[in-house]
Ligand binder design. Sequence first.
Ligand code: HEC
Length: 108
Amino acid sequence: MKNSRKFANVIAATVLFAAALFITVRAHSDVQASDTAAFYKAKCVACHGKSAEKKFDSSLPEEQLIDIVLKGKKAAKPPHMPGYGDKGVSSEQAKALIDHMKQLKAGQ
Ligand code: HEC
């Protein structure tokens, strides 16, 4: 009896610990689109580069740039630009990302 209660306590503690760990890891890996710089680093840097120096024609009209971030764009050959609208990025967040890329490109 005593031993089985001890066992149950250990199980309960283990489950709690695992849940806490899971939540902590998720909170850290799930970068929010509202955190522009972190989101750019996590999701965009691989294709566009640290200074937004790749595949980014900043002279396009802003409307069009926002549209591309939300809906994606087929490049001449892969990899293509994925659309982020259905991944929860709003047009305000897309605009913030573009402003961030322009700043990076300008070396600020
Ligand atoms: C898998 C690679 C890839 C990822 C990841 C990616 N892009 Fe792109 N992006 C592209 C390609 C390819 C283009 C089109 C370039 C072209 O037309 O030659 C593009 C185009 C763009 C454009 C329009 C500028 C232009 O020259 O066409 C913007 C703005 C942009 N991306 C922003 C972002 C942002 C913000 C993220 C992250 C949320 C992101 N991209 C993630 C590949 C990517």
